[in-house]
Design a protein around this ligand. Structure first.
Ligand code: MLT
Length: 257
């Protein structure tokens, strides 16, 4: 299984895990901003971007792939930063490979599992992807991906995010939807997290709204919550400078611990 990745910079390792249906380019703003102070590793999850596709698809398997990648790169531990589905994978890394997790960044994500209605919507989306293609999935997701401010003020950003969504291979889309549908509830795990945690959310995020971040913040002792104004679900893309500034501050704190 070849896991494609960008790997730039030197220093403490940050593993950047993208969401659905994204790829490693999601993090280009953060790699540019952090590579002078950190080693930034941004992979494509299996089935996404330039990585190989292949069953099984589950958040546990994605987490195991990330652990294997870190092993191949001789990385002993990393700050694991996941956005949305990437946050589900980051929490799975904590459950399955806690020694690899130096600290966590949980961006625009949630800890709970899908409810029955949510699982049905995943099945509907799988059926739509298979019958109408990935562009239909991109059409269904683009509005929720970005905040109202971005959609009103930055049509070029909307277009570039749409291009990323629509470029996802069909197998990765179907596999990602299955993985998210079947992911376990991580809420009971939150109280076990004893590494530094930064939680970030755009104040206009409607997919994983700020109340989900507050729930994680309330459940993880010592966690820090940052709400980014003028950003939606892709807060790192919509407000890259603000997001990266939060990360730089967090890394300094983690390195000083
Ligand atoms: C994501 O951005 O990764 C997805 O929207 C998350 C989800 O659908 O649960």
């Amino acid at each position: 299984m070849n896991i494609a990745r960008n790997d730039v910079g030197q220093g403490p390792v940050v593993l950047f895990i993208h969401g659905f249906p994204h790829n490693k380019s999601l993090w280009s703003g953060q790699l540019a901003a952090l590579q002078t102070s950190a080693r930034c590793i941004a992979p494509d999850l299996r089935g996404f971007g330039e990585s190989d596709a292949g069953e099984p698809y589950s958040v546990e398997q994605y987490a195991d792939d990330m652990a294997q990648l870190l092993g191949e790169l001789y990385v002993e531990s990393a700050v694991v930063a996941g956005l949305s589905m990437g946050g589900y994978v980051a929490l799975a890394m904590w459950r399955r490979h806690p020694k690899l997790v130096r600290a966590l960044v949980l961006a625009d994500t949630r800890a709970g599992a899908d409810h029955e209605e949510g699982k049905r919507k995943r099945d509907d989306m799988i059926a739509m992807a298979q019958s109408k293609g990935v562009a239909a999935v991109a059409d269904a997701h683009i509005t929720g991906m970005l905040g109202k401010s971005t959609r009103e003020k930055s049509p070029e950003l909307v277009a570039s995010v749409y291009t990323m969504l629509a470029a996802t291979p069909l197998e990765g889309v179907v596999g990602g939807l299955q993985a998210m549908r079947d992911r376990p509830d991580s809420i009971p795990v939150l109280a076990t997290i004893d590494v530094p945690v930064l939680i970030i959310v755009g104040d206009e995020d409607v997919l994983t709204p700020p109340k989900e971040s507050r729930l994680m913040h309330d459940s993880i002792a010592g966690s820090v919550l940052e709400v980014i104004p003028g950003a939606g679900h892709l807060s790192n893309v919509e407000q890259p400078a603000r997001f990266s500034q939060s990360l730089v501050g967090f890394l300094a704190r983690v390195s000083g611990d």
